[in-house]
Design a protein around this ligand. Structure first.
Ligand SMILES: Cc1cc2nc3c(=O)[nH]c(=O)nc-3n(C[C@H](O)[C@H](O)[C@H](O)COP(=O)(O)OP(=O)(O)OC[C@H]3O[C@@H](n4cnc5c(N)ncnc54)[C@H](O)[C@@H]3O)c2cc1C
Length: 460
């Protein structure tokens, strides 16, 4: 019997473990993760494979470090983006938690440099953004780079290994709940683990599993907005006036025709576009390395849409659009902006004649208008024109659009201000999978917070 069992070894789960071992060194703690140890994680595409093989457990998203492991580790040091923690606690408390987690990343070897702290640079870009009807969110960023990110996570794994039980390659299947109190869980491998407190932190990859479990146990959830869009890739020179000063710019726009919010997300100067696999569905993402540079910059454009009654399945909606892209292209689809506007598909020849070459070589040239609903597609086009005003060249005919990028944090678990589920005692739901956060630093902060709440409670 464990005092605390944590499901998921992403930042939310890891930081729960780090904090609980600090506050309660004598407690028995388990962290269970369906993927591999950090040093054993592999993604065939990263090893040179041309197409995503839809591995049973995606090496890019699962394993120690979670979805963050192969990300380039941009820690956005503000409560403004990357999650909803301010809905559960005062703004200052979130700021303090973020600083606290940032220091832990530093203790484990994170890079010292923080981008976006120069007020004059921010004011300059904000001025240009305002004239283009874009809102620039102030978000200082500590950039680790993929290689550094892996080293930091390895250091955390080394620190925790002698202090808690860590089980890899085992997938939690069923939560055990009795009289509205969590008891533990069973795994697909047929084992049962009992614990007084359970913290579920399965990330976006596990969001679908989590929502099914919660529906089964009648634990309440609300719809978050569904974020669907494309990954944009262009010559690094186009974004350089912004990325050289802010590294990442978080820009928000309300597209005029439908009024939906479109935002830039996860900007990767000199980075590469990557393919990820959510239980058989291929979606697109991006990252950059600290040392290895490509001539391109990529970022996501996500259109947020919140559904109202009677629709309750935002995750399925996102999956459906992504599967359409998969059906047409065999995986990821790429189209030049000019071809989209001309109403024709991109072809390998047209891409070859461009001034920019895709970094995701396995993407199939095609037509996004056959995949994205008109509402999202038009909002993306309008956003590209708005961005072109502050970074001329964004709306170039050569700009590449990859589909589909979708964020599966769309169902938010109803939790108390202590991140404990409403209705099931001692069960905490944190991180991206619970819809509470959507970035590394807030996911980490949610883990620290849950650990502090649990540490104040009684154990047998
Ligand atoms: C390519 C890429 C780049 C990114 N770049 C950035 C960035 O630069 N900055 C940023 O802030 N964010 C970035 N993100 C997002 C960031 O990685 C996530 O916000 C963060 O990892 C969420 O943390 P989490 O712990 O909630 O979930 P995750 O990191 O997704 O971890 C959840 C873990 O739970 C495990 N799991 C799921 N279900 C089960 C189960 N049933 N049983 C056992 N284990 C289970 C999974 O295998 C996974 O390892 C990026 C994401 C990707 C994919």
């Amino acid at each position: 019997m464990y005092n605390v069992a944590i499901i998921g070894g992403g930042p939310a789960g890891i930081f729960t473990a780090l904090e609980i071992t600090k506050l309660k060194p004598d407690w028995k703690v388990l962290l269970i993760e369906k993927g591999r140890k950090i040093e054993k994680r592999v993604c065939p595409i990263r090893e040179g494979q041309k197409k995503c093989l839809s591995c049973k457990t995606c090496g890019l998203l699962c394993g120690w470090g979670g979805a963050g492991a192969f990300s380039d580790g941009k820690l956005t040091l503000t409560p403004e983006v990357g999650g909803h923690l301010v809905d559960y606690m005062p703004y200052n408390d979130v700021e303090n938690l973020i600083n606290y987690c940032d220091n832990i990343y530093l203790d484990h070897g994170a890079t010292q440099t923080v981008f976006g702290t120069n007020k004059a640079d921010f004011a300059d870009i904000e001025h240009a953004a305002t004239l283009a009807e874009l809102k620039l969110v102030h978000s200082p960023v500590r950039h680790l780079g993929t290689e550094k990110s892996l080293a930091v996570l390895k250091s955390m794994q080394d620190y925790l290994e002698p202090r808690i039980d860590i089980i890899n390659n085992e997938q939690v299947e069923e939560l055990i709940i009795k009289d509205n109190v969590i008891q533990g869980f069973t795994t697909r491998e047929g084992r049962e683990y009992l614990a007084e407190y359970v913290v579920v932190a399965p990330g976006r990859e596990g969001a679908d599993w989590l929502s099914k479990q919660f529906i089964k146990h009648k634990i309440e959830m609300v719809n978050n907005a569904v974020d669907v869009g494309v990954r944009v890739e262009l010559p690094a020179a186009v974004m350089e006036p912004i990325t050289s000063r802010l590294y990442e710019s978080k820009l928000i726009y309300h597209a005029p025709t439908f009024g939906d919010e479109v935002r830039t997300f996860c900007m990767n100067p000199n980075g590469e576009v990557v393919n990820e696999n959510y239980n058989g569905i291929s979606t697109v993402n991006g990252h950059s390395y600290a040392d290895k540079k490509t001539p391109n910059t990529n970022f996501a454009l996500l259109v947020s849409k919140k559904f109202t009654e009677p629709f309750h399945e935002p995750i399925k909606y996102g999956q459906h659009i992504a599967s359409l892209a998969n059906m047409l292209s065999g995986g990821i689809l790429v189209q030049r902006f000019g071809d989209l506007l001309d109403g024709r598909r991109s072809t390998p020849q047209r891409i070859k004649e461009s001034i920019i070459q895709p970094t995701l070589e396995c993407a199939t040239p095609g037509d996004l208008s056959l995949v994205l609903p008109y509402r999202q597609l038009l909002s993306i086009i309008e956003m590209l024109y708005a961005l072109d005003k502050i970074a001329p060249g964004v709306a170039s005919r050569y700009t590449l659009l990859y589909g589909i990028e979708v964020k599966f944090y769309s169902a938010r678990v109803l939790v108390s201000n202590e991140l404990e589920t409403l209705g099931v005692k001692n069960l905490f739901a944190i991180g991206d999978g619970a819809g509470v956060t959507r970035g590394l630093i807030q996911a980490s902060a949610s883990g620290v917070y849950a650990a502090r709440v649990i540490a104040k409670r009684k154990v047998l």
